[in-house]
Design a protein. Structure first.
Length: 265
């Protein structure tokens, strides 16, 4: 009975791993209608013409001359856009970095019906959350549908208009000074440590999402003290699973060797 169970468990584990890896690859290959398709190591193309909060037509690629934190919202959004913008302002204030010097922020409205005056009002609202920071480092953009489509497609941002509002996800997109996409920070609230690391990596043109996933898994973040602590329970559980799988493989292999020896004798 034990032998049958062992031979059943191992193929199931392998099948699950194989299915997961293939599913992940398929998700990356196929652009999402609503959601984020990561375009890591790709470059923002030239020719995406948008209007800044002063009413000036600008090329998005030419705006990017330092590590850049970019996000897509729409200014009249009744949903996650305001929490996303609040989350961005909060993490910028807590990061310990200087806006306009160490990095810059770009916010793009993906609603072509919105104009630069509305972007200017939103900008004024959120700059109040950054006292002492250089507001010139945060640009708010609007644009026509064709240029918005170019921007969202190039950066992997999928959205859909339904029931008189937009369906979309929240994320920050990190871009190097050369226009290379280096990281996606998904969600509407962000950890200062992770944000600062992402900006530093963007400044060096490096993309390493796997490291961040490992950090998130192995460490727990205390929002009160804004520090990381090793998650012993989670790590112990992982080690136990790895040990159990390794022991199972060892027993299967040694069992087959013993059986082979007995047959040969």
């Amino acid at each position: 009975m034990k032998k049958t169970s062992s031979w059943f468990i191992l193929p199931v584990l392998l099948a699950v791993l194989f299915f997961y890896s293939n599913t992940t690859s398929a998700e990356k290959a196929k652009p999402l209608e609503v959601g984020i398709t990561e375009h890591l190591d790709e470059y923002v193309p030239s020719g995406i013409m948008l209007t800044d909060h002063n009413g000036k037509l600008v090329d998005l690629k030419q705006l990017i001359d330092k590590p850049t934190v970019l996000c897509f919202v729409y200014y009249r959004c009744p949903g996650i856009c305001s929490p996303l913008m609040n989350g961005l302002a909060e993490v910028m204030a807590a990061s310990g970095m200087a806006l306009a010097k160490d990095y810059q922020a770009i916010t793009i409205s993906f609603d072509s019906r919105e104009n630069y005056e509305l972007g200017q009002k939103k900008r004024n609202t959120y700059l109040k959350k950054l006292p002492g920071q250089d507001g010139s480092g945060w640009t708010f953009l609007t644009g026509d549908s064709a240029n918005i489509a170019k921007a969202t497609q190039a950066l992997g941002f999928g959205f859909k208009f339904e029931n008189n509002e937009f369906m979309h996800e929240g994320a920050l997109i990190m871009i190097s000074p050369e226009g290379k996409i280096t990281r996606y920070l998904k969600g509407i609230s962000f950890v200062p440590f992770e944000f600062k690391l992402a900006v530093i990596e963007a400044s060096e043109g490096k993309s390493a999402p796997t490291i961040i996933k490992v950090l998130k898994y192995c460490y727990s973040f205390d929002r009160k003290t804004e520090t990381y602590s090793l998650d012993v329970t989670r790590i112990t559980a992982s080690i136990t699973i790895i040990f159990a799988v390794s022991l199972l493989v060892y027993l299967l292999v040694s069992g087959r060797r013993k059986k082979s020896k007995s047959v040969n004798q």
